[in-house]
Design a binder for this molecule. Structure first.
Ligand SMILES: C[S@@+](CC[C@H](N)C(=O)[O-])C[C@H]1O[C@@H](n2cnc3c(N)ncnc32)[C@H](O)[C@@H]1O
Length: 243
């Protein structure tokens, strides 16, 4: 299952999506932290840490942060773990990784969620923040997550999800589709940064519903699959790798 249909204004075939997405984040990397900081009213660092703590991240765990980007999830995780020494950060964008490398003493790996370059049963905890829409296949991704997690290992995926109500959805579209990209352009003076935020909205708008994500997680063999919703906007998908 693909997380959203082909966005033909951006790329023409699913096979072309990874190249487009990598270029998008390579060009937007230098603006990313600032833009998400004010766009989410400075709540991001607190929320990322709080979510990981609530879902059971503890010192001593081997953590894989897939789609680490500039390292925002991993930085929050390092505060819980006490250091970044047991964190592995993976991302396909060299631009995003270059920013993350300046912040953390973690292991950095170039790669994609759909094909993880790690042996089976390697990690206690796996996180993915705001990137599920960027993979090319959900089941393939979740099968990889199951494979690299140790038996009983935990998966936590954070996402922003378009509200289901008409009013909520319209307000959401107004903010993420129009206001946020316009302010991004104004503050950064960068068309690349604006495109990154317009694409953020386009993928959220086209994304499959949460039920499909949960079904794909279950069909990949993950157990205790659940979604928690916060403020009608934030989705926390979580699951356990079977023993
Ligand atoms: C919106 S950023 C999220 C970064 C970070 N996780 C955070 O919480 O801010 C999305 C990230 O997903 C990465 N990405 C895109 N396609 C991916 C894939 N197939 N596998 C893993 N990461 C991918 C991008 O390079 C980018 O760094």
């Amino acid at each position: 299952m693909i997380p959203h249909r082909v966005l033909s204004n951006r790329y023409t075939r699913t096979e072309d999506k990874p190249v487009f997405v990598r270029g998008l984040f390579d060009k937007g990397a230098r603006y990313y932290d600032n833009v998400v900081d004010w766009g989410f009213l400075g709540s991001g660092a607190f929320y990322r840490r709080w979510a990981q703590q609530r879902h059971g991240l503890r010192p001593g765990m081997q953590l894989l942060d897939v789609a680490c980007g500039t390292g925002l999830m991993a930085t929050a995780a390092a505060q819980i773990l006490g250091s970044a020494e047991t964190i592995t950060c993976l991302d396909p964008s060299e631009g995003m990784l270059a920013v993350a490398r300046t912040k953390l003493n973690a292991r950095f790996v170039v790669g994609r969620a759909e094909s993880l370059p790690f042996p089976d049963n390697s990690f206690d905890f796996l996180t993915m923040g705001y990137a599920l829409r960027h993979v090319t296949n959900l089941e393939e991704t979740f099968r990889e997550y199951r494979r690299v997690l140790k038996p009983g290992g935990k998966l936590l995926i954070l996402e922003v999800t378009k509200p289901s109500s008409r009013v909520g959805s319209s307000l959401f579209g107004l903010y993420f589709g129009k206001i946020y990209p316009a302010l991004t352009r104004l503050f950064t003076r960068s068309q690349d940064a604006r495109t990154m935020m317009v694409y953020f909205w386009e993928t959220m708008d086209a994304c499959v519903p949460p039920e499909s994500v949960l079904a794909a997680m279950s069909s990949a063999g993950l157990t205790a699959v659940k979604r928690e919703k916060l403020a009608g906007l934030f989705s926390e998908y979580h699951a356990i790798s079977p023993s």
